[in-house]
Design a protein around this ligand. Structure first.
Ligand code: NAG
Length: 280
């Protein structure tokens, strides 16, 4: 069974797969551009996330229309995480919103897929900053550190290189700006319909994480999503009371016993169906 699966796995060795990745890439690039424009003082983060997710659906609707059974759409809901919030802030209809202020450091993160081939993009900006009104100090340092760390990581993502080469390079760049990569964050290999493939790149691992985390070399035709998150602080995430709005469905089956669990599951499934209808 496992062998059969291995043989059927589609990679960028096939042109059609490259075409689908490119199409997803163009869509997230276009959406990101629009979202950057939405990030101004007094804008609602919830509105921005909603508009962005709708854009992804609209754009993915326009491509590969002839293939009726082909799945496409949102691969990762739009997140707008501000200042100390590390990532994954994407308030739903009933969650508390956040209104952007001048000087906020805004991290945008979103993903689209065509036939399960995923493109994700991220970008950091400072609200109100421009060529005439440049960001300064720690905020400017942390954004530059992240930019240069990503550029370095991208150049090291070559077949034969080890994942720890990227780990060490990102660390060095961050330290040049007196910043720290967020401890333990992982960049994952991407596969068709899989946003968290088995090979990963860790950033700023603790001693324990370094022992646990698997070393590997990159290979031809593998695809990765590089996730670099840099902090001007200690670089260690702490749990706060903000509500989580992003969940991942596992393949596990479980008999739900509580009425509340069943109604929650129904709500989540309903939302997935809505997204699916939007796609048609
Ligand atoms: C998306 O934008 C990035 C950054 O500008 C660029 O390097 C990349 O080629 C673009 N991807 C596509 C598929 O247009």
């Amino acid at each position: 069974m496992a062998d059969e699966k291995e043989i059927q796995e589609k990679t960028i060795a096939e042109d059609i797969v490259v075409t689908k990745y490119k199409s997803a890439g163009e869509i997230v690039n276009k959406t990101l551009k629009a979202v950057i424009g939405f990030c101004v003082a007094d804008a609602s983060v919830r509105d921005i996330c909603t508009k962005s997710d709708n854009l992804i659906l609209e754009e993915t609707n326009k491509v590969f229309k002839k293939e009726k059974d082909l799945k496409k759409g949102i691969a990762f809901p739009t997140c707008i995480s501000v200042n100390n919030c590390v990532c994954h802030f994407s308030p739903t209809k009933n969650d508390p919103d956040y209104v952007l202020k001048t000087g906020d450091v805004v991290k945008i993160d979103l993903g689209a897929h065509i036939d399960g081939f995923i493109a994700v993009v991220a970008h950091t900006l400072i609200v109100g900053a421009s060529a005439d009104n440049k960001a300064t100090g720690k905020k400017a340092d942390v954004v530059l550190a992240a930019y240069n760390a990503v550029q370095t990581a991208l150049r090291l993502l070559k077949s034969g290189n080890s994942n720890y080469l990227v780990t060490e390079a990102v660390q060095k760049v961050a330290e040049t700006y007196k910043c720290k990569p967020i401890e333990g964050m992982l960049s994952h290999q991407l596969k068709q319909f899989k946003i968290d493939g088995e090979k990963t790149i860790i950033q700023n691992p603790s001693e324990a994480q370094r022992k646990e985390h698997e070393k590997c070399n990159f290979e031809t035709h593998e695809v990765y999503a590089i996730d670099v998150i840099i902090s001007s602080g200690e670089g260690v995430g702490r749990e706060k009371d903000t509500k989580v709005a992003i969940y991942k469905k596992t393949d596990e089956n479980y008999q739900l016993k509580l009425k509340a669990s069943r109604s929650f599951y129904a709500e989540v499934s309903f939302y997935l169906i809505l997204v699916f209808y939007n796609r048609l």
